[in-house]
Design a protein around this ligand. Structure first.
Ligand SMILES: [Zn+2]
Length: 102
């Protein structure tokens, strides 16, 4: 069974830094969503709760922005995110022996 992991890597296998940032992002999102759900169920409201939710949302937005930035700055994640379509040594047209249609 282990061989399948190697043969078919998930398209979401980013680098370890990405995994770390994703975890932070997910945790922040969960905290925000859970608090919102809790407030809704308990019928909570008020400025204090509003401020707390805004803070949690801001925390999530910030972690998400950092995550997004990473995928643009990290060569490995950029490669994965684009499906490996970035040519390493430029467009691979020189390897072709085909005659160009004129
Ligand atoms: Zn990365």
């Amino acid at each position: 069974m282990d061989a399948y992991n190697l043969t078919f890597p998930s398209s979401y296998e980013f680098c370890s830094k990405y995994e770390e940032l994703l975890q932070v992002c997910q945790t922040a999102l969960d905290a925000w969503a859970n608090r919102r759900e809790e407030a809704h169920q308990l019928g909570l409201s008020g400025k204090e709760l509003g401020d707390e939710l805004v803070r949690l949302q801001a925390h999530f937005a910030k972690s998400y922005a950092i995550l997004r930035n990473h995928t643009h700055e990290c060569a490995f994640c950029l490669f994965v995110a684009t499906g490996g379509n970035i040519p390493v040594d430029g467009p691979a047209v020189t390897a072709s022996h085909q005659t160009q249609p004129v």
